[in-house]
Ligand binder design. Structure first.
Ligand code: ATP
Ligand code: MG
Length: 409
C-alpha cells in the first residue's frame, strides 16, 4: 500500500497570530523555496500553519540541515502521509518502524490523535489498533507508555493521515526580514557576527557596516569581514556590507593627547556614521556585539557616553551573555573559525594602555567640537563602499566612493 514521505515544517505560534500571519507564511515559503532551489525534485505545499516538503528521490537528510536554519520554522518532522484509512495507517506505521532496523529491545508507544472527528475510530482505539500489529511484527518492541524510546505518533485529518516518530528541532524565531531593518556594526571579532545572527533570528533585516583603517588595517582584515558577511548571508539570502574608510578620523583622534578616550571617541564616530548610513538605507536601529563588562568600552558608564552619539535605538543582543555562550553560538552558525583569524581590527590598533572605563562625556564632546568632526564624518560616509554579498557567489561592489582599489577579492 502506498504512502508518501514528506517533511512537515511546523511554524512558530508567534508567527502565526494576527494579521501578519499570511505575510509571515509567505516569507517563510519564499525562504524555503530558495533553500530548495538546488533540488528541483523537491516540492513545497503550504497548508494552514504548516508546510510540507515532498522530498522526491533525494534522501531528506540532505536538506533537513538547511531547512533547520530557516527563521520561523520551529521543527521539522519526517512524516509518512497516507489516506485517512486504518489499513494504510497501519502499513505506514510498520514501514516506519522497519526503518529503525531494530537490533535490540526497544521501548515504544503509539500516540494517535483523531483530528477529523468523522473517522470511525477514536484516538484511544487507534492506539490499540495500531500498536497490536506493530508489536506482532517487531518482537523486539516493548510497550512503555511513560518514557518510550520510540514514540510513534499518528495524526488523522480529513484529507490525510500522518505517521511519524522523529521531531527535529529547528531554529524558530521570526521569518527573515519580517520586523524591519537595522544596521549591524560588524567588526572582525567573535561577538558582532553572533549579534547579527540573533538580530536576524528576531526577524530583522540587517545591513552590515564595517570600519576599516587602511593601511593600518590590512586588506586581509577587510576580506575577513566580507567572508563573515557571506556566512551571515547564508541565513538571509543576501546582505549588503558598507565598508567605511576610518583612517582619517582615527588618525585625528591620535592627535588629541587623550589616549585613554580613544576607544570612546572612535565608537562615537562609528555610531554617528552608522546613523547616517541608517538614515540613507531606511534602517531604524543599530545592532552591536557589545556584552556588558566585557571590555573597558562596555561598562555601563562607557555605554552611556558612547550611545549618546546616536538617536537611534542601539540593540545589543549579547549584552547579558557570557563569552562562553557567545562562542558556542559562533561555532554553531559557522562564524567562529573566521573570527579567530588573527587580522587586526581598527579598534585593536592604537589601543591605549588604560582605556577609560568611566569616560567623561563633557571632555569627549569638547574634543569632538575641537576636531570639527562633521566634515570628517561626511567624507567617510561619502567614501563608503557598498558590497553586496550572496552565499556562494563573488561579492559585487556596487558603489565606491573615492579612490580605493577594489581588485583585492
Ligand atoms: P567583536 O567581537 O564584535 O569585535 P568585541 O568584544 O571585540 O566585539 P569591541 O571591539 O569593543 O568588542 O567592539 C564592540 C562592538 O563595536 C562590536 O561588537 C561591533 O559591533 C562594534 N565594532 C567594533 N569595531 C568595529 C569595526 N571595525 N567595524 C564595525 N563595528 C565595529
Ligand atoms: Mg572587536
Amino acid at each position: 500500500m502506498e504512502h508518501i514521505d514528506r517533511l512537515m515544517l511546523r511554524l512558530g505560534e508567534i508567527t502565526l497570530k494576527g494579521k501578519n500571519r499570511g505575510r509571515f507564511e509567505k516569507t517563510i515559503a519564499e525562504h524555503v523555496r530558495e533553500v530548495l532551489r538546488p533540488y528541483p525534485q523537491a516540492r513545497l505545499h503550504r497548508e494552514y500553519g504548516r508546510m510540507y516538503v515532498q522530498t522526491g528521490d533525494i534522501p531528506a537528510e540532505q536538506y533537513i540541515d538547511k531547512l533547520k536554519n530557516i527563521f520561523g520554522i520551529v521543527d521539522i518532522i519526517p512524516v509518512k502521509q497516507t489516506e485517512p484509512e486504518l489499513d494504510q495507517i497501519i502499513q505506514a506505521a510498520l514501514n516506519l518502524i522497519a526503518e529503525y532496523h531494530l537490533q535490540q529491545e526497544t521501548t515504544f508507544k503509539v500516540t494517535a490523535k483523531r483530528v477529523w472527528k468523522a473517522f470511525p475510530h477514536s484516538s484511544h482505539e487507534l492506539n490499540r489498533l495500531i500498536s497490536s500489529p506493530v508489536l506482532r511484527e517487531h518482537p523486539l518492541l516493548k510497550v512503555d507508555v511513560r518514557q518510550p524510546q520510540v514514540e510513534l505518533r499518528v495524526e488523522v485529518r480529513e484529507d490525510a493521515a500522518y505517521i511519524y516518530s522523529q521531531i527535529i528541532p529547528a531554529v524558530g524565531g521570526f521569518p527573515r526580514g519580517s520586523n524591519g531593518k537595522a544596521m549591524l556594526m560588524l567588526s572582525g571579532g567573535i561577538d558582532s557576527p553572533v549579534a547579527g545572527w540573533y538580530a536576524m533570528k528576531r526577524g530583522l533585516e540587517i545591513e552590515c557596516v564595517h570600519f576599516h583603517s587602511y593601511p593600518f588595517t590590512s586588506e586581509r582584515a577587510k576580506e575577513k569581514v566580507v567572508d563573515l558577511t557571506r556566512v551571515l548571508s547564508g541565513f538571509a539570502g543576501k546582505i549588503k556590507l558598507h565598508v567605511v574608510p576610518f583612517t582619517e578620523i582615527q588618525t585625528a583622534f591620535t592627535t588629541t593627547g587623550q589616549d585613554n578616550l580613544m576607544i570612546t571617541l572612535m565608537r562615537r564616530a562609528m555610531l554617528r556614521i552608522t546613523t547616517r548610513l541608517a538614515e540613507d538605507r531606511k534602517a531604524l536601529a543599530i545592532v552591536t556585539g557589545e556584552s556588558l563588562g566585557q571590555v573597558a568600552s562596555q561598562t555601563l558608564n562607557s555605554m552611556n557616553v558612547i550611545e549618546r552619539a546616536t538617536e537611534l535605538p542601539v540593540l545589543r543582543p549579547l549584552v547579558m551573555q557570557g563569552k562562553d555562550e557567545i562562542i558556542e553560538v559562533a561555532q554553531r552558525i559557522g562564524t567562529y573559525d573566521l573570527s579567530i583569524l588573527p587580522y587586526e581590527d581598527c579598534c585593536t590598533l592604537f589601543v591605549p594602555r588604560s582605556p577609560a572605563t568611566n569616560p567623561n562625556r563633557w571632555i569627549v564632546e569638547k574634543i569632538e567640537q575641537h576636531l570639527e568632526m562633521d566634515e570628517m564624518i561626511a567624507r567617510a560616509v561619502e567614501q563608503t563602499e557598498l558590497i553586496e554579498i550572496t552565499p556562494g557567489m563573488s561579492p559585487v561592489v556596487s558603489a565606491v566612493g573615492a579612490t580605493e582599489e577594489n581588485d583585492w577579492f
